[in-house]
Each structure stands twice: as C-alpha cells, then as structure tokens.
Design a protein around this ligand. Structure first.
Ligand code: TRP
Ligand code: SF4
Length: 332
C-alpha cells in the first residue's frame, strides 16, 4: 500500500495483569494484522489504570508484562509505535486543554462511567479522573490524528464521544482534529472457561503465558453441553462452550466436530483434549518468543524508550496546533 494512503490506528489497553485468550482473540490478533495496512500506535494506558484504584503498586510490573505479551503475539516495534501513556506528557497537556470545553453533562451520561460507579460503590467518591476517563481517551486518539480505532462494542460510546469532542473543538477553534472511525472487532467476545465473562477475578481465563500443562488442566475444567450426561447422548454444540472455543482456535475441524458431537460420535473428554492441543499449537510460538524476550529486560526498556520518543514527536505537533488554535501561543 502506498505510504500516503495508509491510515493511522491508535488503540490501547490498561495494564491490569497478564493478557488472556479473550484479549488475543478479541483485540491483539487484530492489532497484529492491522500493522500490514496502517501506521499503528499502541498504547499502554497506565494513566487510565489509575482511574479506579488507589493501590498503584502493580502497575509498573504490569506494564512490562503487557509489553511482553504484545511482542510475543507479534506486535513489531520496528513498524508500530509501542509506548506508555504517562511517558508522553503531551497527553496530560491536551487533556487539560480539551477538558475546558467538554460539558460535564456529556461525561455523566457515559454508560461505562455509570457502571463503574455502581460496580465499585463509588456514589460520593468517584474521582475527577474517572469522570474524565473518556476525555483522556479522546486525547489518546486525537493526538496521533488516528483515522481509525479498533475497539470492542463496549468502547463504542467512548469513540462516539471522541468524535463529538473533535467536532466541538473544530467548530469553536478551527479544524485541528480528525473524527476517527470505529473499527469494530468482528470476533464475538470469548467467554471464560465457565461460560461467564472471561476475567482474572473469576479465575476462568487461559493466559497467553500459561504453560502447555496449565492449558490442558484448565481446558479439562470447561463446562460442556449440560444436557449431555452420557457418552452415548447426542450433544448440542451450539450450547457448548468447548465447541465455541474450537470454532475460534481449531476452525479447520469445527464443522466435523459439530456433526460428530450431534451424532454422539465423539466424547467430551476427547473433544477437550483436541481443544487443548489446538490452543497450545496457537500459543507455542508466543511462549517461545516470550521466554526469549523475558531474558532481555534491557531490550524491553529500549522498545518503550523508542516508542515514547516517536510518540512525542507526533503528539507534540498536535498539541502545538491545538495550543495555537485556542490562541494561547505568545508569538503568533
Ligand atoms: N478504555 C480502553 C479499555 O479499557 C483502553 C484505552 C485507553 C483505549 N485509551 C484508548 C482504547 C484509546 C482505544 C483507544 O479497553
Ligand atoms: Fe461440547 Fe465437544 Fe462435548 Fe460436543 S463433544 S458437547 S462440542 S465438548
């Protein structure tokens, strides 16, 4: 693709622990593929991680863990800019500037804000930063002039707000920002081993860094078709979490599994063994890269130093344009 026709992507993840198969299938695999066709900025959103906690002790380590997972999965620091949000201070500067022009009522209406307040019981104690979460996210996107943002459905309200903020600023001060498009990730959300949402706190996740033996053990605990009690009973793959996983990680065999399951041609134990094997085949190259990278901590720091430097170049230019647009620059 010719340089000038390439669009720009920005996306981010909060460093809240090791990445799991849901993160891989729902986001990371897509991020890796997007590197072919776009200029990509991928951000470790550590400031966003501060919006719902006061215990900050894990964030430093989690940032490096997430970078290891990213590199192991195939994000390429030669092509993409991989950086830590708090190391690009222009984000905080633009956040302050934009915050002046975003009505509080817009932020109070955001569903993720209301959910967080309810979930954490924050009635009176929700922070300024939590309310401002979508402004900072809009900054992340707009400061790199991203044309597209790969997100899951849960992030759509944030993206819509980003577009509204860009529009409002441009209307007030002239065209500085782009209105980014959402690139909806097509894979449906991968449920956890027990069928609930995949989450660290439910202990129902397979992690990219799990060993082959751990994967096998975890897959054996998966829930299957509840109506299939005996081996001779025909199964209902559409109601089976194992089948859903096989469709994602063992696509070539999925149709056959569907038939065999309905005809009671395979047993659930064998079906799970095959799934564990397929997942391990997927993860093996990641594990190898992860082990190699984990032995070179200096290399990880170099990647992030370089990422912050490259990110600041673009972010600085956009911030300067916004600063001039609101007529704060001393020399015209
Ligand atoms: N809010 C996103 C999440 O929790 C993380 C994020 C921060 C992000 N900044 C972003 C995603 C910018 C897309 C674009 O998943
Ligand atoms: Fe699920 Fe496989 Fe058992 Fe069918 S055979 S119910 S798809 S685990």
């Amino acid at each position: 693709m010719a340089e000038q026709t390439k669009g720009t992507i920005l996306s981010g993840m909060r460093p809240t622990g090791p990445l799991h198969l849901g993160n891989l299938a729902g986001a990371l695999a897509n991020w890796v593929a997007l590197q072919e066709d776009y200029h990509c900025y991928y951000e470790i959103a550590d400031l966003h991680a501060l919006t719902d906690r006061t215990d900050t002790s894990a964030i430093r380590g989690d940032r490096l863990e997430i970078l290891l997972d990213w590199l192991a999965a195939g994000l390429d620091p030669e092509r993409s800019v991989l950086f830590v949000q708090s190391e690009v201070p222009e984000h905080a500067l633009l956040d302050t500037l934009l915050g002046m022009f975003v009505p509080v009522s817009w932020l109070e209406r955001v569903p993720t804000y209301k959910e967080k307040v309810r979930e954490l019981g924050l009635d009176e104690s929700a922070s300024f930063g939590l309310l401002g979460y979508p402004v900072l996210q809009a900054v992340d996107i707009m400061i790199y002039r991203a044309t597209a943002v790969p997100v899951g459905e849960d992030q759509l309200p944030h993206l819509e707000l980003t577009r509204e903020i860009a529009r409002r600023f441009n209307h007030l001060f002239g065209e500085v920002f782009l209105e980014p498009q959402a690139l909806l990730t097509e894979t449906p959300r991968l449920p956890g081993l027990d069928g609930r949402k995949m989450s660290k706190s439910y202990e129902n996740a397979v992690y990219l860094k799990d060993s082959a033996a751990e994967v096998e053990k975890k897959v054996q605990t998966m829930f299957t078709d509840p109506k299939r009690v005996y081996r001779r009973d025909p199964g209902h793959p559409d109601e089976c979490n194992v089948y859903l996983y096989r469709r994602v990680f063992d696509a070539v065999n999925a149709d056959e599994v569907y038939e065999d399951c309905q005809a009671a041609g395979i047993g659930c134990t064998d079906c799970k063994l095959a799934l564990a094997r397929a997942i391990n085949e997927h993860l093996e190259p990641l594990r190898e890269r992860r082990v190699a990278l984990a032995s070179q901590p200096d290399r990880l720091h170099e990647v992030l130093d370089d990422g912050a430097r490259r990110a600041r170049e673009t972010a600085g230019r956009t911030y300067q344009a916004a600063y001039e647009a609101v007529q704060l620059s001393r020399r015209k």
